[in-house]
Ligand binder design. Sequence first.
Ligand code: GRF
Length: 223
Amino acid sequence: MNKKSLVVLISGSGSNLQAIIDAVAKQQIDATISAVISNRASAYGLQRAAKANIKTIVIDHTEFTQREDFDSALCRQLDELKPDLVALAGFMRILSDNFIQQHKGKILNIHPSLLPEFKGLDTHRRVIEAGKTLHGASVHFVDNELDSGPVVLQAEIAVENNDEQNLAKRVLEQEHIIYPIAIQWFIEGRLTLVNNQVLLDNISMQQPAKWITDKLVMPGKQQ
Ligand code: GRF
């Protein structure tokens, strides 16, 4: 049987992409990456993809005056590639409603905060400024609002000190662990979105699963 496929959308460094590439190589994700698409030609993640012999595609958003036209170009690529999953990994473009509708339940994103808190940019600085003691990262299904959509899995870490760079590094390390886990759940068919509800193993998740001090904590039970 053919393996399921994913397309990864990036804009920058692509360290999450690298974590996905590595997880595929180790068969922790049982899928092929059919392409990496970037809206920036200079994104370092494109070099990571090329090194792993993954097809790279650049759709430069500056060449489009309307967001919808950029999204149409992206849709055309995805129509050709027909991935089972679109994984956003540091993709810094807001997708149009039309795009989201067409791919609903098939787009995941990783965000560096405990959503729904701290949507948007500069999350680490804002978490420190707000005096929070807990921070982390979230994998969520993408809907038509920024960093919105049902959350699947969150990694939680203690803030510990007010060193923003160190906090960013520690959160990113957690992202590299939880994103491949959630992607594999989706690829295995364990994770679905039905009527805007996250189902894991056909059971509606009232709370996201958590990754805390190197352990998976499922809502209501421990694994
Ligand atoms: C990550 O923190 C991700 O959560 C956010 O953008 C950053 C991308 O990092 N959406 P990288 O390109 O994967 O290194």
